[in-house]
Design a protein around this ligand. Structure first.
Ligand code: TYD
Length: 226
């Protein structure tokens, strides 16, 4: 049987904890919705990892990963659980939308596993990539925005944000967050066309201004209306 073609766009948002990805990804979704939704077959969908929109299995795994402080999860199991949650999310949500020519905005994806588990937990980049290649059926983002913010500033933001509960990974030592930050820098250097560093230490509007031209270029190439 011929393999179905993925026609949509997968745009991912990455960055250390506290870098403001979620706020930015939601605002980009709103902007794109106004620009594109309803003018053609293309629709915009926001989702986030670990977990995924209305995905019971992926959300249950998220709960284990982020909230069960009392579990002694090994780095290997942590890696596999992130990948398992991602596999269900890709199968149920991301891939069907990409087949339909939609634009999916995903708050964290494979690159989080590469830097947090591959580098931060020392599992190794290649093994994490291989596990995730299997989990995602080979799906890769079309573009990834990496909101860069020094871990000391990001962690301070989280401490000051009373509306956001701290999760198991936020509570990790600064050393892990430093490795994550350095890991993103490495990826940006290795994949300069697909991984775009964005200065997250500026106003929300300025962050949005830095991101939008890249998306405009991508949707022009895809000939989406807008
Ligand atoms: P979340 O509460 O979604 O916060 P954030 O706003 O920081 O994204 O927490 C997700 C945490 O899980 C975050 O510390 C990064 C971590 N993570 C991994 O370690 N590996 C992964 O593959 C993913 C998707 C997330």
């Amino acid at each position: 049987m011929q393999k179905k073609k993925r026609k949509g766009l997968l745009i991912t948002f990455e960055g250390p904890d506290g870098s403001g990805k979620t706020t930015i990804a939601l605002k980009i979704a709103e902007w794109l919705q106004k620009k594109i939704d309803g003018r053609g077959p293309t629709k915009i969908f926001y989702t986030r990892e670990p977990g995924g929109k209305n995905n019971v299995i992926a959300e249950d795994i998220r709960n284990i990963l982020l909230n069960k402080i009392e579990y002694n999860i090994t780095p290997m199991v942590e890696t596999l659980l992130f990948a398992a949650s991602r596999a269900q999310h890709v199968h149920d949500f991301i891939e069907p939308h990409l087949f339909k020519n939609h634009i999916v905005l995903c708050d964290r994806f494979i690159h989080s596993s590469i830097v947090y588990q591959g580098i931060g937990r020392n599992i190794g980049i290649n093994i994490v990539k291989a596990i995730n290649q299997f989990a995602t059926n080979g799906i890769e983002p079309d573009i990834t925005f990496v909101l860069m913010l020094k871990p000391t500033i990001g962690l301070k933001r989280i401490m000051n944000n009373t509306s956001r509960e701290q999760n198991r990974l936020d509570k990790e030592k600064l050393a892990l967050h430093n490795l994550v930050y350095q890991g993103y820098k490495k990826l940006i250097k290795k994949y300069p066309k697909k991984m775009i560093p964005i200065n997250a230490n500026q106003s929300i509007n300025d962050v949005l201004k830095d991101i939008k031209p890249y998306i405009e270029k991508l949707i022009q190439q895809k000939k989406y209306h807008g």
